[in-house]
Structure formats: structure tokens, C-alpha cells
Ligand binder design. Structure first.
Ligand code: SF4
Length: 207
């Protein structure tokens, strides 16, 4: 795709969806990481609803590390995959305390050693917590990048590499939530509503 088309798409995405994400309120780095972990396979609404009770019951890393997994499960029951997430939360918070002195590490290679933290969660965390540029490729970013014509790779890691070449660095952190908004409302997995799409003029797969 020509560079000027990409510039136009990025300009319109900034106009439509803004340049910073509206998010949860997080008091500490580990709370942000936990919130991102909980959001996998769950809606923002589900996560928003459990967070106040979760922070009240578990106000610090030590309280999570020392908890019974069943107590954590009780607090997060309404989010998807809650049993796995509860076990990972306990392990991850224990690791942060014991291996990283109570602070979530600032580089991806270390963050992904934490329980329940893959490349996607780690990249998103580093971007949101520390502003470290990174492209997070989830299902929406993967699908729409192919439709737009930005990427051809068949794995999230390949698409991540392609997007880092195509997009200016200042857009890396925000492309994720912008394409999530577009992917939930207009360019959905089931149907691309190209007639309503703000970037249709420049998209290679528009219908
Ligand atoms: S024009 Fe269609 S295929 Fe392209 S991004 Fe918009 S909705 Fe998706």
C-alpha cells in the first residue's frame, strides 16, 4: 500500500477514535497488568464490574500472593476463563514480589516470563504503563490489517513485524485500540460493513 494512503487511514482513525484510550483507573503497575490479563476472552464491561471488588479484597501484591485460589476465583467468576486467570494471578503476583522486587519489569522479555502473560498482554502493558512503543496484534488487529492491505503474515508475530514497518512509531500504541473499536462496530469478523466504514476509500478489501 502506498504511504499516503496509510497516512490518510491513520489520520481518520485518530479523528474517529482518538489518540488515547479511555480505560480503567489503575492504582499500581501490577493492577494494570492484572486488568489486562482479565480482559482476554471477556468484555470491557465484565472486567469493569469485577475490578472495584477485586482491589478492595486484594489491595496489594502480597494479599494476592497469599490468597487461596478459590478466593480469587470468587472475585472474578463473571469473566471468561476465570479459573485459569485466578491461578495465573496468584502465580504472577508471587513472581513479581519474589523475582522482581515488587515492580513489574519494564522489558518485554522479562514481562513474558510472568504467569499468564503472553506477548500480546506484555506489549499492551508496556505501552499503557510506561508508554513503550509496541504493536499489539489481537484478533481485530490481525483481521483488519489484512483487509486494509497492511499485512500478509499468517501469525500475530509476523503481522506485528509488518505493522512496525508500515506504521510510524507514534501510532504503534494506539493502533490496537483504534482497530478494536473499528473491528467491534464496523469491520467485524462476520461481516465487513464497508458502506459505513470511515477508511473505506483507502482499504484494499472494501466491498
Ligand atoms: S472498508 Fe470494509 S474491509 Fe476495509 S476496513 Fe472498512 S469495513 Fe473493513
Amino acid at each position: 500500500m502506498e504511504c499516503h494512503k496509510t497516512q490518510e487511514i491513520l489520520r481518520v482513525l485518530d479523528e474517529e477514535y482518538g489518540t488515547s484510550k479511555e480505560g480503567f483507573f489503575y492504582g499500581a503497575d501490577w493492577q494494570l497488568l492484572v486488568a489486562i490479563m482479565l480482559s482476554a476472552q471477556s468484555t470491557d464491561k465484565q472486567v469493569d464490574e469485577v475490578l472495584p471488588g477485586l482491589w478492595k479484597r486484594f489491595p496489594d501484591l502480597r494479599s494476592v500472593a497469599d490468597a487461596d485460589i478459590s478466593e480469587i476465583e470468587d472475585q472474578i467468576k463473571s469473566v471468561g476463563l476465570y479459573k485459569n486467570k485466578a491461578a495465573n494471578m496468584k502465580k504472577c503476583c508471587t513472581q513479581i514480589l519474589e523475582e522482581f522486587g515488587g515492580k513489574v519489569p519494564m522489558d518485554l522479555e522479562k514481562v513474558v516470563t510472568l504467569a499468564g502473560v503472553g506477548r500480546k498482554t506484555g506489549t499492551l502493558f508496556l505501552a499503557d504503563a510506561y508508554g513503550i512503543p509496541g504493536v499489539t496484534v489481537d484478533t481485530h488487529v490481525f483481521r483488519i490489517s489484512h483487509r486494509i492491505g497492511w499485512a500478509e503474515g499468517n501469525t500475530p508475530v509476523k503481522v506485528e513485524q509488518e505493522l512496525m514497518k508500515v506504521l510510524p512509531e507514534e501510532h504503534w500504541n494506539r493502533i490496537n485500540f483504534q482497530l478494536i473499536y473499528l473491528g467491534r462496530s464496523i469491520c467485524t469478523a462476520r461481516k465487513a460493513r464497508c458502506g459505513e466504514c470511515p477508511i473505506a476509500r483507502w482499504c484494499e478489501k472494501r466491498l
